[in-house]
Write a protein that binds this ligand. Structure first.
Ligand code: HXC
Length: 260
């Protein structure tokens, strides 16, 4: 598939997906969502990729939401199809056996905040702004915002953001536990690459099992979650990388993980 709305680069083990519609503040139209889905499918099949960075082109926006020019003429059923597809794409982020870092370089509104919420980690530029302003358009969040935001920041904060549509700045997002770190804008991508490199050096099957245990366990009771973890740790113990990690520790050297 040729991409016209996103840019995909692969540097060693780190893949970077950039939504590339800066004149529309990287708004997500149906074509862009299809390209992101295709890209995630390709990443899943590439065993050399150990970490993904997701960002937006330009200095102003990460993603300013779903594309209002595309949505203005959509019927309820067309919008439902768009929302259903969006939810499938963001669920694919969570099921991808590779971590995704959102590098939020500006406005992350509506679908932009929702997409970031489906990533494993969120780094923000100090210029970033988060929000779910859908209510100001007479609609409500449709890419999981009413579900993931309360789980992340708590009911009261999420209700206020969703009922008012107000944006929060990067410092407030950090205080809410919505982002991992805030950096000066010029340092954001360097920090995202440094974090991705650190993750890429770890045992990939271990990372895969840790992600599955965290994401599988978050919605279930503790006993069920602990069973997920026990299965995952059993699988991690069956890898060559477990032998390498423990042997390297005992031999006082750095491990060389192979993803086997
Ligand atoms: C389409 C958009 C857009 C969007 C910005 N643009 N956001 N086009 N969809 N979501 C366009 C503008 O129309 C404008 O086009 C150009 O990008 C630059 O934006 P400006 O508004 O001129 O910039 P600025 O004044 O700096 O304001 C930035 C902004 C504002 C605060 C981010 O653009 C804004 O409020 N955007 C809409 C944010 C929003 O409501 N997002 C939620 C969408 S609903 P021109 O042609 O004038 O240059 C959603 C639902 C998801 O995400 C779920 C669906 C199922």
């Amino acid at each position: 598939m040729d991409y016209s709305n996103i840019d995909f680069t692969l540097d060693d083990a780190i893949a970077t997906i950039t939504v590339d519609r800066p004149d529309r503040l990287n708004a997500l139209n149906p074509q862009t969502m299809q390209e992101i889905e295709h890209c995630i499918d390709a990443i899943r099949d590439d065993r050399s990729i150990r970490c993904v960075i997701f960002t937006g082109a330009g200095e102003k926006a990460f993603i300013a939401g779903a594309d209002i020019t595309a949505m203005v003429t959509m019927s309820g059923f067309e919008e439902k199809t768009f929302a259903y597809h969006g939810n499938q794409v963001l669920r694919a982020f969570e099921h991808l056996p590779i971590p995704i870092i959102a590098a939020v370089n500006g406005y992350a509104l509506g679908g932009g905040t929702e997409l970031a919420l489906a990533c494993d980690l969120i780094l923000a530029a100090d210029t970033a702004r988060f929000g779910l302003p859908e209510i100001k358009l007479g609609i409500i969040p449709g890419f999981g915002g009413t579900q993931r935001l309360p789980r992340r920041v708590g009911l009261l904060r999420a209700r206020e953001m969703i009922y008012t549509g107000d944006m929060i700045d990067a410092a407030t997002a950090y205080e809410f536990g919505l982002v991992n770190h805030v950096y000066p804008a010029a340092e954001l991508m360097g920090e995202a690459n440094a974090l991705a490199t650190k993750i890429a050096r770890q045992a990939p099957l271990g990372i895969q099992q840790a992600k599955a245990a965290i994401n599988g366990g978050i919605e279930v009771d503790l006993d069920t979650g602990l069973r997920f973890e026990t299965e995952a740790v059993g699988l991690a113990f069956s890898t060559d990388d477990k032998k390498e990690g423990m042997t390297a520790f005992l031999e006082k050297r750095e491990p060389q993980f192979q993803g086997k």
